[in-house]
Every structure is written in C-alpha cells, then in structure tokens.
Design a protein around this ligand. Structure first.
Ligand code: ADP
Ligand code: MG
Length: 159
C-alpha cells in the first residue's frame, strides 16, 4: 500500500496517466472516495491514456459506460444502485469475474461483498482546508496485483 498527494486536478490526471501506462488487461480497479474527490477525473485520464476517445463521464444514470481503447474499458458507477439484484441486472458479475479488458468501478464501497476476489483499490481523500489537494492511497485485494502495485509505486515515486 502506498499514498501520494496531488495538488491539482492536473497532477491527479498525471498520476492516472502513469497508472494507464502500467495497467494490464484483466485488471479490476476500484475507486473509492466522496463526491467530488476526483474518481471520474482519474478514470478519464486513464482511459485517454489507453486510447479512448469521445466523452468520458460518470455513468451515474446509465450505470456503465464502455470505451474502446487498446482494449475495452468498462466504467461502472454504483452510487445509485441499492440491491445486488440490480448488479446482476446490469451484468456486473460477468464483467468483473473474468474481466476481458479493464474494469473501473466508482463507489465499490456500496457493495463491498460483491467485488471480485482480486482488484486494485484507489482511495481518494480530500484534505480539509485545501481545496486542490487529494490523497490517493493505492492498495490491492487478493494476491494477484501485488507485483503491479510495487511497479506502480516505483514509477509514481521515482518517475
Ligand atoms: P468524483 O467522480 O469523485 O465525484 P470528479 O472527478 O467528478 O469527482 O470531480 C473532481 C473535482 O474536484 C473536479 O471538479 C476537479 O477539478 C476538482 N479537483 C480539485 N483538486 C483536485 C485534485 N487534486 N485531484 C482531482 N480533482 C480535483
Ligand atoms: Mg464520479
């Protein structure tokens, strides 16, 4: 697990770009944090790095967006969902259990029990009194992404 602080939206986008350069197909990445913390901004920059064009916004109402980059990118926002049946209805488990492409999930904390066994977690924390500052904590759940996380820490901290 490691944490880094960004001081502007541009810095957060830069960090997402680095993640985009390292992320592998088949990865599920969960983004946790309050409204306005920077989750969608991070997704946008990551998806752009992977070659996605067109609009990239929170799928708050349509629940999932798909972008075509160097591989398919599935972008979920679970904020408005209430039950596991709804997850099933949108095909959540098919996308997350053996992911083809890259799966990005905002508000995973709405359904902690329903996340796959292995995923990378980024927690976005706002810093009180500092509008433009965010603390991003990277961790992983399950053993599969330990190596990826180490690599990420290396390029994030040492360029
Ligand atoms: P979320 O998806 O978490 O609700 P968004 O990505 O939609 O949040 O919005 C984040 C907002 O916070 C944007 O308006 C962005 O400009 C602003 N912001 C300010 N500082 C930062 C920062 N360091 N990192 C990310 N976003 C920031
Ligand atoms: Mg969002």
């Amino acid at each position: 697990m490691f944490t880094c602080t960004t001081h502007s939206p541009e810095e957060t986008a830069g960090l997402a770009c680095k993640v985009g350069q390292k992320i592998r197909e088949g990865t599920v990445l969960c983004l946790e944090g309050d409204l306005g913390a920077g989750k969608t901004l991070f997704v946008r920059s990551l998806a752009r790095t992977l070659g996605a064009e067109g609009e990239i916004t929170s799928p708050t109402f349509n629940l999932m967006n798909v972008y075509e980059g160097i591989c398919p990118i599935f972008h979920f926002d679970l904020y408005r969902l209430e039950t596991e049946e709804e997850l099933e209805d949108i095909g959540f488990y098919e996308y997350t259990e053996e992911p083809e492409g890259i799966v990005l999930i905002e508000w995973p904390d709405k359904f902690p029990e329903e996340m796959p066994e292995d995923y990378v977690l980024v927690h976005f924390g706002k810093v009180q009194g500092r509008e433009q500052e965010r603390q991003l904590t990277f961790g992983c759940h399950g053993g599969r992404h330990q190596g990826f996380l180490k690599e990420l820490e290396e390029i994030v901290k040492h360029g």
